[in-house]
Design a protein around this ligand. Structure first.
Ligand code: SPV
Ligand code: MG
Length: 307
């Protein structure tokens, strides 16, 4: 779908870009309707709806298909979570070609080893050597055809327990390699760690944060601190899980659906999200055009088509 804004402009613009996590075209449409600036095609969410861990269990083709479906459904740009690039530099080259062709506005790759593990799951969070990740960034930026296609480099040093000095060393290397933005990830319960990083990193590219654990921080706080974008990575999915569990438990308990009606979306709302009206309007329009086309045959004296 044609986009109303350019992701690069959102990230570099004067106000904080607000990006919402999605796992499906429907959830992305809800995010766009809620006025978020862009959509994050979240690896965690896409894995979760497939019922598997966020650990590169799904193949690149599977997550690409989800991201492409999302991009086709919304007028806002989509930033795709591409984990650690699905392998080495050769996978990154192939990945950028495919994601760009699919109408996605940008990719985010993280400096973890393949297969990666979700940042909040305890286990192996070994970092990629800086040289290997810089190679991936250069490959990604040189592979893109559209200069506005965004390459975000995500730093996992704070998640891996490697410390602030290592995070900053990596930030400097990734910015110098041509990354368009850096995502600095943290699993602390407060924002001090990302604020400190913001103060110490004086590179010229925007910084993105994902305040899943430091959830009391506001968009105003982040804007004041000088971040370029915030990603609310998984909240739509978590809200949906909670809502589904409650509705299902109540139906099972009551033996009827009548008491959940006030808490579930009317079917009309589902049809609106599916764009049923547009489909029916198209059908009517094409049928009328077909009638007009056939009537022309009659006027021109050619034999009428009867069925
Ligand atoms: C995702 O949404 O898949 C992310 C963000 O990468 S996080 O789950 O915080 O790692
Ligand atoms: Mg992810």
């Amino acid at each position: 779908m044609a986009k109303t804004t350019v992701l690069r402009d959102l990230l570099t613009g004067p106000s904080l870009a607000r990006i919402i996590g999605a796992h499906s075209p429907l959830s992305a449409r809800l995010g766009a309707e809620a006025q978020f600036d862009a959509v994050w095609a979240s690896g965690l969410e896409i894995s979760a709806v497939a019922g598997v861990p966020d650990a590169n269990i799904l193949s690149m083709s599977q997550v690409l298909q989800s991201a492409a479906d999302i991009a086709a459904a919304v007028p806002v740009p989509v930033l795709a979570d591409c984990d650690s690039g699905f392998g080495n530099v050769n996978n990154v080259v192939d990945m950028v070609q495919r994601y760009e062709r699919a109408g996605i506005a940008g990719v985010c790759i993280e400096d973890k080893q393949f297969p990666k593990l979700n940042s909040f799951v305890s286990g192996n969070h070994d970092l990629t050597p800086v040289h290997d990740f810089v190679t991936k960034i250069i490959a990604a930026t040189q592979t893109r055809e559209d200069p506005d296609f965004v390459v975000v480099a995500r730093i996992e040093a704070l998640i891996a327990g490697a410390g602030m000095t290592e995070a900053l060393r990596r930030a400097e290397a990734y910015a110098a390699a041509g990354a368009d933005a850096l995502l600095i990830h943290s699993k602390k319960s407060g924002p001090d760690e990302v604020y400190e990083f913001r103060k110490l990193f004086d590179g010229p590219i925007p910084l993105i944060v994902v305040p899943t654990t430091y959830n009391t921080v506001t968009t105003k706080d982040l804007q004041t601190a000088g971040f370029g974008a915030v990603i609310y990575a998984n909240h739509a999915l978590r809200g949906a899980i909670e809502a589904m569990q409650q509705v299902l438990a109540q139906i099972h308990q009551d033996g009827t659906t009548q008491y959940v009606e006030s808490r579930i979306a009317p079917l009309k709302q589902v049809f609106d999200l599916q764009r049923v009206d547009a489909m029916l309007e198209n059908q009517t329009r094409y049928e009328k055009l077909a009638e007009a086309s056939l009537a022309q045959l009659e006027v021109s004296g050619r034999p009428q088509v009867t069925a």
